[in-house]
Design a protein around this ligand. Structure first.
Ligand code: FRU
Length: 499
């Protein structure tokens, strides 16, 4: 097998060549979803950062475009966001088309080499052709470094209630909020996060938005905050907070605060490979979804994974939903519905009573390179239920429900090529739950080098990458106790290939 055949994802975005990390500047405009990304076009490891660019009409099939932003004498172009300035508050408009404004971090390697800490500041660039070409603002930076070492990843949104732009950025161990009328002059408002939530590494890549609680009119504010280490199963991870925003300050909701006191942290994803995720701006109101995309890797081993032409892919875009149950606010995520239109062949097995270790599907029925697998497992007891995706040389990805220890697990410790980093698979990843499961809904997106598992409609998500030495050939289930039921097993194959 060539590296392309074995490892290039089919329905996830990867750059054609070289290094990619965080998604940046996500916005929608006139039928196109834009995705920019941290990009180093000269190597498959991290280096002087550019913003790569891709567009899609449906969030799934992407077209890579020329690099949007290059580093310059003020520094590398680190992560950030973009907004459509519909009312031309910035004054950059010439002609009819609304300007798009990108807000990013300048990382100045010269200042860093001098041993000073003030090497990160925020700059802007604008596009007058809907995002194809960009001009950097000559008076950059628009937010100077206030003497904070890690001061980056600005995310801007339109606060329609208070008629202002609000920016949140990550500053070491907290998030800082600013406001502006014109996207150029920024006023500091408040900060959040010292001593709250997980702090195993510096905070990076925040996002901040309101969401209507599913099925109600209640509006809450959500702060997403990635952290470079101290994630749920080691390394990078992304946590969230639910609260209120008065136009100046974000404060935790009191019930969420109680939950946080008990559980310490709430993760967007409990797997190891969903980092620096942020949401799209300017989604039409008629659509109304909060659409999220993460980088499907982890700083603990991202630069070492065994692909040599490109490095890293994005997660599947997901819809974030705010759910309130018994006064507990939680974020659920599910793959965007647009994935469904790329299904080609399917197999359906209505009801399976499992009375011994059983093969649920094999490669004489379906090609395992890119699948959407759905089923419900019913009438389970306090035992372990293990689903296995494997090949004939013994490489496997195992996942399932441990109803004794009370966790969902994802095990890549036997997934073939592991030697590139001892940080990659030292342990089995888990996501803990409180009460025993009886019935569990499972949805799995599988794509060459990645698995994204959505338990119970996205209440618990686990995303991880892997590098088998040969393609998957079979899908099986086993347990230490049998006579359980698998209902409605539907396996859809994707008929799409990005590159
Ligand atoms: C997160 C991050 C950001 C930074 C960027 C640099 O993965 O470290 O904080 O802006 O990557 O590429």
């Amino acid at each position: 097998y060539t590296e392309e055949e074995l490892y290039r994802p089919r329905f996830h975005f990867t750059p054609k060549e070289n290094w990619m990390n965080d998604p940046n500047g996500l916005y929608y405009l006139n039928g196109s979803y834009h995705m920019f990304f941290q990009y180093y076009p000269s190597s498959t490891v991290w280096g002087p950062m550019h913003w790569g660019h891709a567009i899609s009409s449906d969030l799934i099939k992407w077209k890579e475009l020329p690099i949007a932003l290059y580093p310059d004498e003020k520094g590398y172009i680190f992560s950030g966001s973009a907004v459509v300035d519909v009312n031309n508050t910035s004054g950059f408009r010439k002609g009819e088309i609304a300007p798009v404004i990108a807000i990013f971090t300048y990382h100045d390697p010269k200042i860093e080499k001098e041993g000073k800490i003030n090497y990160q500041s925020q700059g802007i660039a604008y596009s007058l052709d809907e995002g194809l070409t960009w001009t950097k603002y000559t008076e950059n930076p628009v937010i100077k470094n206030p003497g904070i070492k890690d001061f980056r990843d600005p995310k801007v949104f339109r606060d329609t209630i208070n008629n202002q732009w609000v920016l949140v950025l990550a500053a070491g161990n907290k998030s800082m909020f600013y406001r502006s009328i014109n996207l150029i002059d920024w006023e500091y408002l408040s900060d959040f996060g010292e001593g709250i939530g997980a702090h195993g590494g510096v905070w990076e890549c925040p996002d901040f938005f309101s969401l209507t609680v599913d099925g109600t009119d209640e509006v809450k504010w959500v702060l997403i905050q990635s952290l470079v280490s101290g994630g749920p199963n080691g390394g990078s991870g992304t946590q969230y907070f639910v609260g209120d925003f008065d136009g100046k300050t974000f404060s935790l909701d009191s019930s969420f605060k109680n939950d946080l006191n008990l559980e310490k942290v709430f993760w967007i994803d409990n797997g190891r490979d969903n980092y620096a995720g942020v949401t799209w701006s300017n989604i039409p109101e008629a659509d109304g979804r909060k659409l999220f995309l993460g980088w499907m890797s982890n700083w603990e081993y991202a630069e070492k994974v065994p692909t040599h032409k490109w490095r890293s892919s994005m997660t599947i875009p997901r819809e974030l939903i705010l759910v309130k149950t018994d006064n507990h606010y939680r974020i659920e995520s599910k793959p965007v519905k647009e994935v469904n239109k790329y299904f080609s062949t399917s197999i359906i097995k209505a009801n399976l009573i499992i009375d011994k270790e059983a093969i649920l599907a094999n490669n004489s029925e379906i090609d395992f390179s890119s699948l959407d697998i759905k089923f419900k497992i019913k009438n389970i007891t306090d035992d372990t239920y293990t689903f296995s995706l494997y090949n004939s040389i013994g490489d496997s990805i195992n996942f399932g429900i441990n109803n004794k220890e009370k966790n969902f697990f994802l095990d890549r410790t036997k997934s073939g090529n592991l030697s590139f980093s001892d940080k990659f698979a030292p342990n089995i990843s888990t996501a803990i739950f409180k009460e025993s499961c009886k019935n569990v809904d499972v949805r799995v997106l599988l794509d060459k080098t990645s698995i994204e598992i959505f338990y119970n409609n996205g209440k618990t998500v686990m995303t991880e990458i892997f590098f088998l030495q040969q393609p998957i050939e079979s899908f099986s289930v086993k347990s230490d106790k049998f006579n359980f039921e698998i209902e409605n097993l539907i396996i859809n194959q994707f008929g799409i290939n990005q590159n």
